[in-house]
Design a protein around this ligand. Structure first.
Ligand code: ASP
Ligand code: MG
Length: 411
């Protein structure tokens, strides 16, 4: 029998009525002949509430106790969900992450999954039960409860789908799919039928925010199709899958903007081996997550080194750079905390020319200055003034026809 994994996000199971509605999705899949594993998040804003409760007692709580606490939100949901199913006449059993031996490393609050015991799940499915697993949590080798980072239930779901050999992992959420760009900024953004893992990873890490990045990585690695769809409407959503040849015909699949960004430029540092390594070693020690890095040689003796970070990391980055700048003979520091990064993404860029030209022309026509440019094989990003972020996203969205789903565009 084919297995399907269904994951329900916090808003889709916020109260009894919504849990009942979600449970109906599950029983429909059973009626369609599937064995079903349900993974659920904590209800509504429960995780935020638990964090607030913790902070009230200790502004700097131990991460072990934090995980112990946060894991309870998801446990509540799956037992309630199981009760809803039982009340509807179905056999169901719920588990914590630990009970299905979802083993993680010991990095509390952002643990990574090492292995899952699929046997326990198979055994229950084969008894005709619907199996529910609390998302977002596991245990480490010392039996401590761990959590996977905010939004981590997506990753639980896809990892379980991979472990049990499910045909598909459905992610039920409050949006009805993945859009070409942010519909709040570009109203005519179109929903996509398909998107490749690589494109989704670029879009997710760029702030599209629909899916936990690790979940997409798991899907790619273990070949799990991920269907992101609405929990309240019966429509088809977006399937995240391996690249198919037609995807290459489309040059730009989607665009994003990241707004809370800052940039530090070390102007005129000595052009010597090891200098970049030292800067980034300092930043790593300060636990700063660096976004893009740009270095250019400006003479035989000197180079300019810039990097972007999230605004929240700017103070730490600034301090780290401050400690080291004199030893690099840095002539000056140039810091901006008012920038945004607009990016276009598409696997078709690998084989098409003219993408950069089109993007830069669209920005020029909109009178937007490009501060700096970075690229990957399937992405072009431009740093612009934060005040022009929305206008920039709109301009590139029009240029690349993001009002049409990729499969209907004629490029
Ligand atoms: N409940 C957790 C959170 O709010 C995990 C999740 O929702 O996926 O981040
Ligand atoms: Mg989520």
């Amino acid at each position: 029998m084919a297995i399907i994994v269904q994951k329900f996000g916090g808003t889709s199971i916020a109260d009894a009525e919504k849990i009942r509605r979600a449970a109906q999705r599950t029983t429909n899949a059973v009626k369609n002949g599937f064995q079903v594993v349900v993974v659920a998040s904590a209800r509504g804003k429960q995780t935020d509430q638990l964090i607030a409760d913790a902070m009230e007692l200790d502004p700097n709580p131990s991460v072990r106790e934090m995980d112990q606490l946060l894991s309870t939100g998801e446990i509540q949901t799956v037992s309630l969900f199981a009760m809803a199913l039982q009340a509807m006449g179905y056999d169901a059993i719920s588990f914590t992450g630990g009970q299905i031996r979802l083993i993680t490393d010991s990095v509390h609050t952002k643990a990574r999954i090492l292995s899952i015991d699929a046997d326990r799940i198979h055994k229950e499915l084969d008894k005709g039960k619907i199996v529910l697993v609390a998302g977002f949590q596991g245990i480490d080798e010392h039996e401590n409860i761990t959590t996977l980072g905010r939004g981590g239930s997506d990753t639980t779901a896809v990892a379980i789908a991979a472990a049990v050999g499910a045909r598909q992992c459905e992610i039920y959420t409050d949006v009805d799919g993945i859009y070409t760009t942010d519909p709040r900024i570009f109203k005519k953004a179109a929903k996509m039928k398909h998107i490749s893992y690589d494109e989704m990873l670029e879009l997710a890490s760029l702030g599209a925010g629909v899916m936990h990045t690790r979940a997409v990585e798991f899907g790619k690695k273990y070949d799990v199709k991920i269907h992101v769809r609405s929990s309240s409407r019966q429509t088809q959503g977006t399937i995240i899958t391996h690249e198919v040849p037609q995807m290459e015909n489309v040059v730009v699949t989607g665009a994003t903007v990241q707004k809370n960004m800052a940039k530090i430029s070390l102007v005129g540092v000595d052009n010597k081996p090891g200098n970049a390594a030292r800067v980034f070693a300092h930043l790593a020690q300060a636990k700063v997550v660096v976004n893009d890095i740009m270095q250019t040689e400006i003479s035989r003796e000197k180079a300019n080194l810039s990097f972007t970070v999230g605004s929240a990391d700017l103070p730490a980055a600034n301090e780290a750079v401050g400690q080291i700048k004199d030893s690099l003979n840095c002539q000056s520091l140039f810091i901006r905390d008012d920038i945004a990064e607009v990016s276009v993404v598409g696997v078709g860029m690998r084989t098409h020319y003219g993408v950069a030209d089109k993007m830069f022309t669209a920005l020029a026509k909109a009178q937007i200055n490009i501060d700096s440019i970075t690229t990957s094989e399937i992405r072009i990003s431009c740093v612009v003034d934060k005040s022009q972020a929305d206008k920039a996203l709109q301009a590139v969205s029009v240029a690349f026809e993001l009002d049409k789903p990729p499969e209907t565009r004629n490029e």
